[in-house]
Design a protein around this ligand. Structure first.
Ligand code: ADP
Ligand code: MG
Length: 386
C-alpha cells in the first residue's frame, strides 16, 4: 500500500544514540583505518524534503553538497525491525537506486529476524531450541555464523555475554507482567541451563548441538548488530559506500558523507548532562553501540532492573548505566556492549584494551552522581578522558 509521509530533518533527533544532523558543533574523527583524531567543525545545512513510499519512509535531503559531488543526494529510510526502529542513511545519485538498495537492506533484516527472533515461534532459533538437544541439527549459514561469533564473545568475556541466557531472560520477562521477583529456586533452575560450553558447533557439517534439554539461546544482544553489518555490506555491494545503518542502539557506518570527515554520532548516556549528549563523534568505516540505555528497564519494589542479566548470578543488572563500545563491526560492538555492562568496570576496560580496534566509554551511577570510565583508544573529545 502506498503512503506518503513527510519528515522534518532532525532538529530533534529521533534516535538516542545517533544524532547525525546535530547543529554546528565539533567532534573527533575516528575510523577503523585511521585512528588519528582531529577536531572538525561542521557547517549548518538547509533542509528540503521529499518523501515517497514502498512501505518505507523515504526522506530525500538534497543539502548543499560540495561542488565536487553535486550529483549525490542524501536519503533516509526507516522501518520497524526486531522490536525497534531501523534506519538507513545513504548518498546516491538517483531515487531509484537509493530506494531499491534500501528495500533490499530491509528485506535482509526481515530474513535475519525470521532466523534469529525469540518472539516468533516459527523462527529457526526457536525450532533449534525445540529440537537441539536430540541431535546435531543443520542450520543456515547466518545462524551458524552468528552463533560462532556469540560463542567467541562468550569466551572472551568468560560468560558475561552468554548466548545461552534464554531461560533467565524468560524468567525476567515474567517479572515485567507479575511484578514479582524470581525466587532463589527459580533462578537456580534457569541458571543451570545457562552455559555456552554446552553448545557444540560443527563447522564441516554446519550443525549445532545443544547438549542439555531445555537450553534456550537468546540473540537479543547480538542480532541487531549482526543485521546492521549485513545491511551495510549489502548497500556497499550495490555501490552505495557512503551509508549508515542504525539498528536501535547499534550503528554501522561506511565511507563518510561527501565532503565530510565522518558521520556524526552523539553518545547516548544516562541523563548526566541534563539530557544533552556528552559529545559527538565523527565516524567512518566502523561501528558503535550503546548498551543499557535508559529506556529498557523495569521497576520492582522501587528498584530499577535492566533488561541485561548477569549470567553468573541470574540477576538483572540494577541502577542506571551505559556502555558505549567502538569496534570494526556492529556484531562485535553489540555483544561486547552487553558483556562490558555485566563485567566489573576494570575487567571491562582491561578486556576492551586487550582487543585490537576496540574502545569503550562507560557511565556508572556513583552515589548521587555519575562516574565515567574511558578505555585507551576511545576517540578524544568526550568528557572523562585523561
Ligand atoms: P539492546 O537490546 O538495548 O541493544 P543489549 O544489546 O544489551 O541491549 O541486549 C539486551 C538483550 O540481550 C536482552 O533483552 C536479552 O534478550 C539479552 N541478554 C540479556 N542479558 C544478556 C547476557 N548477559 N548475555 C547475552 N544476552 C543477554
Ligand atoms: Mg546490544
Amino acid at each position: 500500500m502506498l503512503f506518503f509521509r513527510f519528515l522534518i530533518r532532525g532538529l530533534h533527533p529521533r534516535l538516542p544514540t545517533v544524532r547525525p544532523f546535530g547543529a554546528t558543533g565539533c567532534g573527533a574523527v575516528f575510523s577503523r583505518s585511521n585512528q588519528a583524531m582531529r577536531v572538525t567543525s561542521y557547517p549548518s545545512r538547509r533542509t528540503m524534503l521529499l518523501s515517497l513510499a514502498l512501505g518505507l519512509t523515504l526522506v530525500l535531503l538534497p543539502g548543499d553538497l560540495s561542488a565536487r559531488a553535486p550529483q549525490l543526494k542524501r536519503y533516509e529510510f526507516s522501518l520497524p525491525r526486531m522490536g525497534t526502529i531501523f534506519r538507513i542513511e545513504l548518498y546516491s545519485s538517483d531515487d531509484a537506486t537509493a530506494a531499491k538498495a534500501a528495500e533490499a537492506a530491509f528485506a535482509r533484516a526481515e530474513e535475519l529476524e525470521q532466523i534469529m527472533s525469540d518472539y516468533r515461534q516459527d523462527s529457526e532459533l526457536m525450532s533449534l531450541a525445540r529440537q537441539g538437544a536430540s541431535a546435531p541439527l543443520p542450520v543456515s549459514s547466518e545462524l551458524y555464523d552468528v552463533l560462532a561469533k556469540s560463542i567467541r564473545i562468550s569466551e572472551l568475556s568468560r560468560g558475561a555475554f552468554n548466548v545461552t541466557v534464554g531461560p533467565l531472560v524468560e524468567l525476567w520477562r515474567k517479572v515485567r507482567t507479575t511484578g514479582r521477583l524470581p525466587s532463589a529456586s527459580e533462578l537456580a533452575k534457569a541458571k543451570a541451563l545457562v552455559d555456552y560450553r554446552n553448545i557444540e558447533l560443527d563447522g564441516t557439517r554446519r550443525t549445532v548441538y545443544l547438549k542439555r534439554p531445555g537450553m534456550k539461546l537468546d540473540l537479543g544482544a547480538i542480532g541487531k548488530g549482526y543485521a546492521a553489518d549485513q545491511m551495510l555490506a549489502l548497500l556497499q555491494s550495490q555501490g552505495l559506500r557512503q551509508a549508515m545503518v542504525v539498528a536501535g542502539g547499534e550503528v554501522a557506518v561506511g565511507a563518510p558523507p561527501p565532503g565530510e570527515a565522518g558521520w556524526k554520532v552523539a553518545l547516548d548516556t544516562p541523563n548526566v548532562g541534563g539530557g544533552n549528549p556528552p559529545c559527538t563523534l565523527l565516524l567512518h568505516d566502523i561501528a558503535i553501540s550503546t548498551s543499557g540505555d535508559s529506556k529498557q528497564f523495569m521497576e520492582v519494589n522501587g528498584k530499577r532492573y535492566s533488561h541485561v542479566i548477569d549470567p553468573s548470578t541470574g540477576w538483572a543488572l540494577e541502577g542506571m548505566a551505559s556502555t558505549t563500545v567502538i569496534a570494526k563491526d556492529a556484531t562485535t560492538t553489540d555483544a561486547l556492549g552487553t558483556a562490558l555492562s555485566v563485567l566489573p568496570v576494570q575487567d571491562g576496560i582491561h578486556l576492551a584494551q586487550s582487543l585490537p580496534g576496540v574502545a569503550v566509554y562507560m557511565v556508572r551511577q556513583a552515589g548521587n552522581g555519575w562516574k565515567r570510565y574511558v578505555s585507551r583508544g576511545f576517540p578524544k573529545g568526550c568528557p572523562g578522558q585523561q
